[in-house]
Design a protein around this ligand. Sequence first.
Ligand code: 7RM
Length: 635
Amino acid sequence: MAFQIHSLGGYLHEYQKSVADPEGFWEDIASTFFWRKRWDKVLDWNFEGPDVKWFINGKLNITENIFERRLYTHGDQTAIIWEPNDPKEPSTRITYKELYEKVCNFANVLLNNGVKKGDRVAIYMPMIPEAAIAMLACARIGAVHSVVFAGFSATSLADRINDAGVNTVLTTDGAYRGAKPLSIKPIVDEALEKCSSVNKVIVFKRTSEEVQMKNGRDVWWHEETAKVSSENKAEVMDSEDMLFILYTSGSTGKPKGVVHTTGGYMVYSSYTFRNVFQYEDGDVFWCTADVGWITGHSYIVYGPLLSGATVVMFEGIPTYPDAGRFWQVIDKHKVNQFYTAPTAIRSLQAFGNDFITPYDLSSLKLLGSVGEPINEEAWRWYHTFIGKGRVPIVDTWWQTETGGILISPIAGVTPTKPAFATLPLPGVQPIIVDAEGKELKGNGVEGNLCIKFPWPSMLRTTYGDHERCRQTYFSTYKNLYFTGDGVKRDEDGYYRILGRVDDVINVSGHRLGTAEIENAINEHTLVIESAVVGYPHDIKGQGIYAYVICEDLAKNQRTEKVLVNEIIETVSKIIGPIAKPDKIMLVSGLPKTRSGKIMRRILRKIAEGDGSNLGDTTTLLNPEIVDEIKVKAGL
Ligand code: 7RM
């Protein structure tokens, strides 16, 4: 590959080039793709709007860069190895040529069902190849996909559908994930009671469970694909046309629809895939993320497929049928690059090494980590017992908003350091600032992580609300993109991500806003007010701790235990099981400032089990409440 870096010197050289002449640097990389029309100008930007445009007036279709660009050389190569939930069900292999036909065929299904360029299509599907086919078929016709993780509730799905004005939903009857089948279509049905914009639902049959099909609205995937051909001419898109929307949680309000556009996302997801993972033709790459998250978008679907890679797509979970499943699948498919989340690593570590021993992991050339800070202990276990001390670990830092990896080692090329994301990739210009926005220069500094120059796959806006995008990411510090993460640059100049500095918590690598969880808790009729904070959790990274004020329990015929369970169910119903609080404390009040702001710092300390160092509480509106909460927490 033309743009693959192979040595430390090469990295340093490319990095310098990318800073000295970003436009020339990205132009060279973009030139390796297939454009229907070349761009007039590489970049236009300001972070005040923000207004960022890459490869201006360039015309292309991202799927032509996956398929047509390479069919002659790569047509018979495997694109997707699909490993089902049940190890007894055979895995399947789909070549690039077959995938191309399926994507074109389904693109025609979309067209035939009235989906047009620019329409928004929600994809609410489990981890089956059809989820990737659905995404690519949307891209083929220029429809904007919004993948919603199939673990989200009907309410969450409905909110996302309504926010984006979706007219078509792609889904399945059910899903296999772990021991028992899950219903999917009934959740869509429930969501759609609240969504007037949707007029078509296309249902793929996975579990064959009985589902209701609404006349005139719901159609079967297999019936629709049989009606149309497998030939489709790609829609010509502008470089800055929307490719997809992906909802992500922030510190306030409902999740935001992060918008990614076509040209820049294509260039960056592919560039980073090739480099970070040092993917070589013929390797088998496995990213365990769900396609419902950005990691699945960029490193199961777009980055690898744009690179002509073979990817494993796994339907199941790490612990089914037992905690050796990941290692069994690596052995079975001779996986070369394995990319997963610290929470999975920690939970499998806790099951013990007997689950690893039966399997041959010698095919591995690289291990990756993503989603949250990886602690040193988990890093060492991963390195020693999975990598056998033999292969590099890439700790990749990035966000839904960044579209691709920004800070990470390049496997085997740049140094690694336990728990460090290490160095920025070429084209990425991080800067550390203090609370006032003053740059902290040099090494051995700690502060807030910002990026000072655009990179091709950065978010362009938040769907339907550009002001919110500006407010959230570009207003904290002038002319900088603010990540929301704290960071340290050590004496050697390596970056270590310290975690969020805003009211976002990271539970098992899933991003959740504390406000979002509070709003869900408050939906319970007996809840008066709540405050949610994160606390350190051995497996999940962070757990969810909720302090709740509620109506009189006796009067409402509830015990504490019953109410707590009801609250947990409420959250599960409104957001999804991933947002269930781990701990709920019923309290008679919440510590507040005189202006009425909840003092989360105090609640965080108590949730951590630290009753000292609470700072001066005397200026609070209700200092006595702190003691009550401390006593309840056993501190
Ligand atoms: C890719 C993804 C983004 C947030 C981000 C960080 C945290 C992600 C790392 C990490 C430490 C890492 N997108 N985060 N990767 N923290 N080291 N390697 O996770 O939008 O869902 O989350 O995740 O706090 O801001 S995300």
